[in-house]
Design a protein. Structure first.
Length: 228
């Protein structure tokens, strides 16, 4: 029996009820919301362990909800979208979503995604409790990233990706290797999502106060971390 809370957000009550049924079978406590503003309120008040968030919502759309939540917390988010074009999926990932499921979807598949994302969020990296490279410090037990004395807010997926890179500085990782190292074989995303996460990491790790460029592109291969 899990003690995890999952917030399910969709304006279609039948979809919410179906997801709720399958997640409760897995032992999760399921919270429900039916528009964007209600979702924000429940996320802030009930502090769920994961949010299943529809893209098209009344009051406040899912992308805006995701953007606001990402500024406040690192709660894992799985986006639900009826749109099938790659750019719509990437938009959600750029805002900090950890995974996406396209409608129509299998509730069993969604339940499996919930388990996988929660498992990835809970995995603790092995090795030292803290690594410092230049003015960047990564504290593994607390999942904190400190840049030039300031805390950097990373999503769970961004943190996992940074950890994979920083564990082996100088190594050129392919995108598939990063998917394996950071997310595991159960990750159902595609290689393009790595580029999105890298772009987000770069935005957060490169600033006027810290002009160092930690994540380098290795053309024709992928990415590597540079830092002593």
């Amino acid at each position: 029996m899990s003690d995890k809370k999952v917030l399910v957000v969709d304006d279609d009550r039948k979809i919410v009820d179906l997801i709720k049924l399958y997640l409760e079978r897995d032992g999760y406590k399921v919270l429900c919301a039916y528009d964007g503003r209600e979702a924000l309120g429940r996320a802030r008040d009930d502090r769920p362990d994961l949010i299943v968030l529809d893209l098209l919502l009344p009051e406040l759309n899912g992308l805006d909800v995701c953007r606001i939540l990402r500024a406040e917390s690192d709660v894992p988010i799985i986006m639900l979208t009826a749109k099938t074009m790659e750019r719509d999926k990437l938009m959600g990932l750029e805002l900090g979503a950890d995974d996406y499921v396209t409608k129509p979807f299998s509730p069993r598949e969604l339940a499996a995604r919930v388990r996988a994302v929660l498992r990835r969020a809970q995995l603790e990296p092995k090795g030292p409790a803290e690594i410092t490279a230049g003015d960047l410090t990564i504290r593994f037990p607390s999942h904190e990233v400190i840049l030039a004395g300031d805390v950097v807010q990373l999503t769970p997926s961004e943190f996992k990706l940074l950890v994979a890179l920083v564990r082996e500085p100088g190594r050129a990782f392919t995108r598939l290797e990063l998917i394996d190292e950071a997310f595991g074989y159960d990750f159902e995303g595609f290689e393009r999502t790595i580029d999105v996460h890298i772009m987000n990491l770069r935005k957060k790790l490169e600033s006027e106060s810290s002009p160092l460029r930690y994540i380098k592109t290795v053309y024709g291969v992928g990415y590597r971390f540079e830092g002593e």
